[in-house]
Write a protein that binds this ligand. Structure first.
Ligand SMILES: Nc1ncnc2c1ncn2[C@@H]1O[C@H](COP(=O)(O)OP(=O)(O)O)[C@@H](O)[C@H]1O
Ligand SMILES: [Mg+2]
Length: 219
């Protein structure tokens, strides 16, 4: 199977705070993996390294085999628009736009907005009747689903989700998680989902981040 995301020997420190040294990780085409770890263990930092938002001090991040962490920023950003979708704990939807317009934001940026594509994603997330509403009229779970639609709109190869259900109650968190995993699978996107919530992702394969090391989870 083709490698979508690979980290080799990743090393990173904040000033005075060494976080990782020599981390390895690989996700293949269409795989969904979790990154578990308590608050402060470095999940967000690792996600930002894998997303090319932060640059490692050692080691390399590969997207589909390409050593993007060694590329100049501009070149990496250009590939990121096609390669990667991101979902965060906060939805970051634009308040003046409807759910539909938010879902197709990448379409404006890439210069070919496709309302039918956005409508289809929202429909498959159970939001067909909510597409005309602005974020303020949506529930927390609905907003996160719109953020999922927006992240998958441009058919990324990889979806990175950092505590995407962190601001939801347990029932909504589970529903959003299941919707995210199902839609990503249908779309053929690999997933890395970072969370501190053990129960939410019980039984899913991936890694635990502990004391700067990745330990494989028994799935
Ligand atoms: N920009 C930063 N500068 C310095 N230290 C940071 C910065 N961001 C996070 N940290 C520290 O790095 C550690 C890991 O943080 P983070 O990656 O946010 O972990 P998690 O997402 O697992 O809660 C924490 O001790 C945090 O305080
Ligand atoms: Mg975090």
């Amino acid at each position: 199977m083709a490698s979508v995301l690979r980290a080799e020997g990743l090393t990173f420190s904040y000033p005075g705070l060494p976080l990782f040294s020599g981390l390895d990780l690989e996700i293949e085409e269409g795989q969904a993996r979790v990154l578990l770890g308590p608050s402060g263990s470095g999940k967000t930092t690792l996600v930002h390294l894998l997303a090319g938002i932060l640059t490692p001090s050692g080691g390399t991040v590969f997207w589909e085999g390409q050593p993007v962490s060694r590329w100049p920023e501009e070149r990496r950003v250009r590939l990121r628009r096609r390669f990667l979708g991101l979902v965060f704990q906060h939805h970051y939807l634009l308040p003046e736009l409807t759910a539909l317009e938010n879902a197709m934001l990448a379409g404006w940026i890439l210069g070919r907005p496709d309302a039918e594509r956005a409508r289809s994603l929202l429909g498959r997330l159970g939001l067909a009747e909510r597409a005309h509403l602005k974020p303020e009229a949506l529930s927390g779970g609905e907003r996160q689903r719109v953020a999922v639609a927006r992240a998958l709109y441009a058919r990324p190869r990889l979806l990175l989700a950092d505590e995407p259900t962190g601001s939801l109650d347990p029932a909504n968190a589970r529903a959003v998680l299941e919707a995210l995993l199902r839609l990503a699978r249908e779309e053929g996107a690999a997933v890395l989902l970072a969370t501190h919530d053990e129960r939410l992702v019980e039984g899913l394969p991936g890694w635990r981040l502990l004391d700067g090391r990745l330990v494989s989870l028994d799935a």
